[in-house]
Design a protein. Structure first.
Length: 131
């Protein structure tokens, strides 16, 4: 007799498991995390835990690696209110360039990680739907 509310076990293909491991590594997940398991057999609960673990790792990565400093958009809003061709406008422009230089590499790397996360998350959701 099957327990009510439990799902039959499933397997994840090796490429998905490798991508989970690669993303976890890229996000700085500790090597002893369950996200580095082989996931030979998974059920719905474990799939949800993997998805939640990757989500938490992504949020944590963004929090800890976001460059601290001035907000480019706030500076741009200030610049719009500043008279052009003034020392204040030049100073704001320099601050905008400095803030953008610090933030652009982070945004580019987060976009790449987010694309990987999204693809993996979609595959996990597909496995959940199949259970």
């Amino acid at each position: 007799m099957t327990d009510v509310g439990t799902s039959p076990p499933a397997t994840l293909d090796e490429s998905l498991v490798n991508r989970i491991h690669e993303l976890a590594r890229a996000l700085g997940v500790p090597s002893d995390s369950f996200l580095f398991s082989d996931f030979a057999v998974v059920d719905a609960d474990l799939l949800r835990q993997i998805a939640d673990g990757l989500t938490l790792a992504f949020v944590t990565h963004c929090y800890h690696h976001h460059p601290r400093g001035e907000n480019v958009y706030e500076l741009m809003a200030l610049e719009e209110k500043t008279a052009p061709n003034t020392p204040e406008a030049a100073a704001l422009e320099a601050r905008i360039e400095e803030a953008a230089a610090a933030q652009i590499p982070f945004v580019v790397s987060v976009n790449r990680l987010l694309e990987d996360y999204y693809r993996i998350r979609c595959q996990i959701e597909a496995h959940l739907s199949a259970l």
